[in-house]
Design a protein around this ligand. Structure first.
Ligand SMILES: Nc1ncnc2c1ncn2[C@@H]1O[C@H](COP(=O)(O)OP(=O)(O)OP(=O)(O)O)[C@@H](O)[C@H]1O
Length: 338
């Protein structure tokens, strides 16, 4: 069952042109010239119940704009969005019952109130039955370790504590979709880890669909089974993390422990990237036309005594870096020919 469908959505921002200087400001008031910027360009996809989707792209690619349209904050210029069959910006109240929203950079909490009071207010606004509310608070309190600061005003919380509270609050009304815009930004490794584990539990055990934007590939790797990549407003990839890795991540790191120093190695198909005495690391293009990883290792082993070998695939960070640099190359080529 699809919980979100996005069909041919475009979002154009219109900004009035400003002229420099004091006279320019006055002129800006009378000459209403504007500049249009297309932040999202003809994007379509659908998301099923229980899916966890990473929405990725370089800065300014249009990720936040798309999240804001799906949550009903912004209105698409063209195209249609349905969340549980409802057009988000037209029925914001109905939409709010189905979704939970966390914007890493902006808080939904009451700054001067203790955490408990913000939760109570949420209960009141969403008219949550007491028993259900208690159960959900307990679930979040335990898995996100909130107990020690439930009575503190939000403004006294550390960033990591506040983010945990934000996520807990977004789930109190049992939404079926959770939107998160950069949920781990600025957090330390431990806090990131706890949030990722929690989101994974919510997704797998409660079947809450998740859509998250991030620049941290570990978020994707640990939470999402699918990713959508956008660039300059357009969709450039929609599929599993594994299949993107299969498409682009054809590099292998081969670490060889030699028994004795092999001296100069003549291995044209692999590049020596790290030399730590007897341990040497090579980078090997998996689909090299000249040989396979196996051929390469056999040839080295035939010439030099080897203690140990390990072969590692490309990590997701390097896969995404490769995708972004291909996009930049394509754009450059297009500009040169066009
Ligand atoms: N309110 C606005 N008015 C005008 N232009 C905007 C507005 N919000 C965003 N933009 C422009 O739209 C484009 C997409 O912005 P958006 O914030 O959606 O990107 P993003 O992918 O979330 O970026 P980042 O990773 O940097 O957060 C950018 O070029 C941005 O300058």
């Amino acid at each position: 069952m699809d919980v979100i469908t996005v069909s041919g959505v475009t979002k154009t921002y219109r900004q009035y042109k400003r002229f420099p200087g004091v006279l320019g400001s006055i002129r800006s008031l009378f000459t209403r010239q504007y500049i249009e910027e297309t932040a999202v360009r003809d994007i379509s996809f659908s998301i099923s119940k229980g899916e966890a989707v990473g929405y990725l792209g370089p800065n300014g690619a249009g990720k936040s704009t798309m999240i804001k349209m799906m949550t009903g904050i912004l209105v698409p210029t063209f195209g249609e969005i349905k969340v549980f069959g409802v057009t988000p910006h037209k029925e914001r109240k109905t939409n709010a019952r189905h979704i939970g929203v966390v914007f890493g950079q902006r808080s939904q909490l009451w700054w001067d109130l203790p955490v408990t009071d913000s939760f109570e207010l949420h209960k009141y606004v969403y008219k949550l039955p007491e028993a259900k509310y208690r159960e959900n608070v307990e679930f979040c309190k335990e898995l996100l370790s909130l107990s020690s600061f439930m009575d503190k005003p939000v403004r006294q919380l550390s960033l990591g504590q506040r983010m945990r509270v934000e996520i807990a609050m977004s789930l109190l009304h049992e939404p079926q979709i959770l939107f998160l815009d950069e949920p781990t930004i600025g957090l330390d490794v431990m806090a990131k880890d706890q949030i990722r584990k929690f989101l994974r539990t919510v997704n797998r055990e409660k079947e809450v669909s998740i859509v998250l934007t991030t620049h941290d590939m570990k978020d994707i790797e640990e939470i999402c089974n699918r990713m959508i990549v956008v660039n300059k407003g357009s969709l450039v990839y929609d599929g599993s993390v594994a299949s993107l890795r299969h498409k682009l991540g054809n590099e292998r790191r081969i670490v060889i422990d030699f028994r004795e120093e092999p001296g100069m190695l003549e291995m044209p198909e692999a590049v020596l990237v790290q030399d730590e005495g007897l341990r040497k690391t090579f980078l090997f293009e998996h689909n090299s036309p000249h040989s396979s990883v196996f051929d390469f290792i056999s040839r080295v082993a035939a010439q030099y005594p080897i203690e140990d070998v390990s072969v590692e695939g490309a990590d997701i960070d390097s896969v995404i870096r490769k995708l972004y640099s291909r996009l930049a190359e394509d754009e450059l080529a297009e500009r040169q020919t066009g």
